[in-house]
Write a protein that binds this ligand. Sequence first.
Ligand code: NAD
Length: 515
Amino acid sequence: MHQYIAGQRSRGSSGNPYDVIDPSTGETVETVELADADDVDRAVAAASTAFGEWSRATPGERSAVLTKLAGLIEAEAESIAELESKQTGKPIRLSGEFDVPGTIDNTAFFAGAARELAGKAAAEYSPDHTSMVRREPIGVVGSIAPWNYPLQMAAWKVLPAIAAGNTIVLKPAENTPLTSLRLAELVTEAGAPAGVVNVITGTGPVAGEALISHRDVAMVSFTGSSPVGRRVMELASGGPKRIHLELGGKAPFVVLDDADLEAAAHGAVAGALINTGQDCTAATRAYVHRSRFSEFVDRVAELMAAVRLGAPLDPATDQGPLIHRAQQERVAGFVDRARGYGARVVVGGEIPKTDELIRGSYYAPTLIVDVPQDAEIVQREIFGPVLVALPFGSGAAHQGGNDPDLDEAIALANDTPFGLAASVWTRDVHRAMHATRAIRSGCVWVNDHIPIISEMPHGGVKASGFGKDMSSYSFEEYTAVKHVMYDLTATAAKPWHRTVFRDAPPNEPHPLAGA
Ligand code: NAD
C-alpha cells in the first residue's frame, strides 16, 4: 500500500512493482507498487476537495496541526531516522542528528510562521480608495522531490505549502518513498483534514509528468537535477503554472592566503563528503591560494584517508554508499575520465573491494588535483565524494590595497553554470565582505560550509533554479498576492471617470476632503 491519498494508504494502479533497495547491501527494503496517471488523478482530486476547508482554516488552526506534527515526528525520531538510512544508505548519525532534528525544527518554525503570514496593512494610496493586500494560498501544489534527503526535501515542500493554506500532492523519488509516506500519515494524525497532504510513489516520466501537467494543479515545486528542471518548466508552461525550481549545484570553496588552514581543511572534507557528496550544496571545487596549496592538499588528503566507510546503521560509520550502482558508475566515470586527461588522484579514486563494502555502492573519498578550470570534473555536477582542488593567484601573500588574487578566485568561483552555494575562508573581514557580495549564488558561508537553519532561505540562482525553501521567504512561492481596493467616495460619478466621460461635470469635493 504505497500511495497515500485522501488520508488512506492505497495501492498504486500501474501494476508495476518497484524494489526500494538498501544501497549498502543491494537487498530489498520494501517493494512498492508504482503510481500511474489514475493515481495522480485520485490524489489531485483529494487535494482539490481538501483545499476548500484547509484554505479557510485560520492561521491558528493550521499552526496547531503543525505544532502537533512536530511532536509526532519527535516521538518517532529514531524509527524515522532508521528508515531514512535504510532507503538511502546514509549514516545513522546523519539521519539521526541532521535530517530528523532538522525536520522537527522546520515543522516547529512553520507552526509559528503560519500565524505571521500577513499582507500589507491597509492604507489610502489614492485619496478615494483604501487598498489592502491579501496573501492567499494558490491551490493544489504538485511537488517532486529527489532521493538525496528524502525526508527533509518532503518537509521543505510540504510545510510552507500547507502552512500557507495550500494542499499538496508530493511525488518523492521512486527509490526513496518510505519516509515521505510516513510524514504524510503523521500530518493526518496531527489533525489536518484528509487530502491536505497526498503522496504518490511513481517514476518521473509517468507519475511526475502526469502531476505537472494535471489541469487542477495550480503550482509545481520541484527539487532535482537541472536537466529535469528544464523539462518541468516545459510541461508547466502549458498552464501556465507557478513554478519553483531547486536544481543542481557545484559549490566553490575559496581559501585565501590568510585563512586558518586547519579549519579550511576540516571544512572541505566535511563539506565535500556529507551525505557521500550527494548534497546540492556540497563543496566540490576548492580554489586555494597558491602559497597555501600544497599544505591544503596534504591535510585534506590526510583527513580524507581517515574517513570510515561502513554500514549505514553502524554509529561509527562516517560515510555510507552512494544511492545506487548507477550513481557509483557515474562517479567512477568522472574520475576515470579525469585520469585520462592528466588529473592526479591524491587520495581515493576507487571502488572499495573489501568483503564488508563490496555488496554496496560505495566509493572512496577522493581528492583530485592538476585539472584545468574547463575540465568536466570542475564544471559538471558529480554528486559523489569527490573534491577537486585548483590553485589560484600569484603565490605572494596579500599586502592590502588592490586584490587581483581575490578577483581571480571570485571569477573562478563564478565560472560554472550553477549558483547554489559557496564558501570563502579568510580572517580578513573586508575580503570576506567583498567575496560574499561578488560570488553569484543563493548562499555564501564565511569560514564554514553546509550549515542550514529554518529561519534562513535556501535556493539558487543561474542554472541552480529560483525560489526559496525554508524561512518566511518560502511563503512568497506558495502564496499569491491579491490587491483589494475599496472605493471611498460612494458616488456614481467618480473623479477618475472624467478620463472616460469627457462631458461629465467637474467633480464635487470629496465628502471626506478636509475632514
Ligand atoms: P532527478 O532530477 O533525476 O529527479 C528528481 C525527481 O524528479 C525525482 O522524483 C524523479 O522521479 C523526478 N523526475 C525525473 N524525471 C522526471 C520527469 N521527466 N518529469 C517529472 N519528474 C521527473 O534528480 P535526483 O537524481 O533525484 O537528485 C539529485 C539532483 O537534485 C542533483 O542535481 C541535486 O543537486 C539536486 N538537488 C537540489 C537541491 C536544491 O535545493 N537545489 C536539493 C537536493 C537535490
